[in-house]
Design a protein around this ligand. Structure first.
Ligand SMILES: Cc1cc2nc3c(=O)[nH]c(=O)nc-3n(C[C@H](O)[C@H](O)[C@H](O)COP(=O)(O)O)c2cc1C
Length: 193
């Protein structure tokens, strides 16, 4: 083994392995969608997530005002739209018209679902903190819906013969991975992590 020092600005690449998400917000009747992968659980009871959003984004402003969002988890077929929603701003362009993504009403929040996605986590803001150049929005997950062929019994199923049911794992920039092989170790973890 030979360890090489990695530049500090690549820190986030070493903790990669989260799904690329499409975040939807609605404010005063207007809907925007942006790509988000800096998302992490921060509490199990209540169910809280932290999401880091850059203040220059249009979503940041709408989300700060509306206090609600849907985290939509796209599958393999939406890779192109994921990159589009992450490289164009809703301030300049209507990304829904650009990507032809379809909306469904949210069930417990005003923000809408992206219909084509594998799963939808409806969230409302419980706090914000800005320790660096992104705002960390802490949100409570208030409802979750998922495709039964993609997620069941508490796990992503990752069917071998249906890549379209796999989430896109963000590696950095416009590179993604598909989860390939599930291994389960006999020891029991302390919490439901
Ligand atoms: C794969 C991917 C992941 C991204 N993750 C984040 C993220 O976690 N936080 C963030 O602020 N921007 C992230 N971005 C960049 C935003 O999606 C991008 O700035 C977008 O244009 C903002 O759109 P808006 O101005 O319409 O809100 C990501 C982009 C890509 C392609």
């Amino acid at each position: 083994m030979s360890q090489e020092e990695i530049p500090l600005n690549q820190f986030q690449r070493l903790v990669a392995g989260r799904p690329a998400c499409l975040l939807t917000v609605r404010y005063k009747g207007q809907v925007n969608v942006m790509t988000l992968s800096w998302v992490s659980p921060v509490s199990s009871e209540p169910p809280l997530l932290g999401m880091a959003i850059h203040p220059s984004s249009y979503t940041h402003d709408m989300f700060k005002r509306s206090q609600e969002c849907v985290i939509n988890i796209p599958g393999r077929p939406l890779a192109e739209q994921v990159v589009q929603c992450g490289s164009v701003s809703g301030q300049q362009e209507d990304k829904l018209a650009l990507t032809h993504l379809q909306l469904d009403n949210g069930r417990r929040v005003q923000a809408p679902w992206i219909s084509e996605c594998l799963a939808h986590l409806e969230c409302s803001v419980v706090g914000t903190v800005a320790p660096g150049d992104h705002t960390l929005f802490v949100v409570e997950v208030v409802g979750i819906w998922a495709e039964s062929g993609a997620f069941a019994n508490g796990f992503w199923l990752l069917p071998d013969d249906a890549e379209e049911l796999h989430p896109l794992i963000h590696l950095g920039d416009t590179s993604f991975a598909l989860l390939g092989k599930k291994i389960t170790v006999a020891a029991k973890p302390n919490e439901g992590n």
